[in-house]
Design a protein around this ligand. Structure first.
Ligand SMILES: Cc1ncc(COP(=O)(O)O)c(C=O)c1O
Length: 252
């Protein structure tokens, strides 16, 4: 397994170094969860070329919110599989259904080995119906992108650090009191965020899911009320704290 580094970036050179004769498949989430970040196309190409004998699965679960896809590449890379899900923009996680895209040869090989009853008839009917309402999904995804920009603009104005997100959430760095901020949001404002502070690699981070404009305003107001608990990269004290806290100065 290759970890994202402290800059919340997947080091493509380490992925390539890790590839050897025994490598059967490589899974890449694009956009990634929980960072929301996209891999540079150049890195994806390098990895695909470095592992011609391995299956490279590029998971585009958050495609509707990123608008970026490498789906057409299945024509050029025989080892590429692209996956999508109905669990995110379509809101149908309970149906347990998604897509796999690959060239015809790879698709037929996969068809030979996949479980016969992997998807049930109700899920299939639901998915087909959902696709008929693609306009609705597009409108919803557009609203999420707009509200994501709204939140990021506010975070910028407050000098609060976050990872540049192409998904329907933003990983925000609140610093040492992140867990306390999460608790106050939950108990005092009825707002649930995903607390990543427990993870040694994401100490100080909360992942905020993007909601409606009204929900984002509610969140912004609630964050404003606990501003004194948030470490920013603006003021000099906060700046010192950030450098002490993050030896890599990623968000400097
Ligand atoms: C990157 C990524 N891919 C896939 C999934 C889940 O998809 P599914 O519900 O189809 O298993 C998630 C859910 O959190 C995710 O973050």
């Amino acid at each position: 397994m290759v970890r994202y580094n402290e800059r919340l970036h997947l080091p493509a050179d380490e992925v390539i170094k890790a590839i050897d004769q025994r490598t059967r498949w490589i899974a890449l989430a694009n956009p990634n969860n929980p960072t929301g970040t996209l891999l540079p196309e150049g890195d994806l190409q390098t990895i695909l070329r470095a592992a011609p004998r391995a299956l490279v699965l590029v998971d585009e679960a958050y495609f509707d919110f990123s608008g970026e896809t490498i789906l057409p590449w299945i024509r050029n890379y025989r080892n590429l599989v692209v996956s999508r899900t109905f669990s995110k923009a379509f809101g149908l996680a309970g149906l347990r259904i998604g897509f796999l895209f690959a060239n015809a040869e790879l698709a037929s090989l996969m068809r030979r080995v996949h479980a016969v009853f992997a998807v049930n008839a109700v899920a299939m009917a639901g998915a087909v119906e959902a696709i008929r309402h693609e306009d609705y999904i597009r409108r919803y995804a557009r609203a999420v992108r707009k509200n994501r920009a709204l939140l990021c603009k506010w975070l910028d104005s407050m000098s609060i650090s976050y990872a540049p997100s192409a998904a329907n959430f933003v990983l925000v760095r609140l610093g040492r009191q992140a867990a306390e901020v999460a608790r106050r949001l939950r108990q005092e404002n009825n707002i649930l965020v995903r607390d990543w502070d427990y993870d040694p690699h994401l100490k100080g981070y909360l992942r905020v899911t993007i909601g409606t404009a009204g929900q984002m305003r509610h969140l912004i107001q609630a964050l404003g009320r606990v501003q004194h608990l948030i470490e920013t990269h603006g003021g000099s004290r906060a700046w010192r704290d950030l450098l002490a806290y993050s030896p890599t100065e990623y968000f400097a």
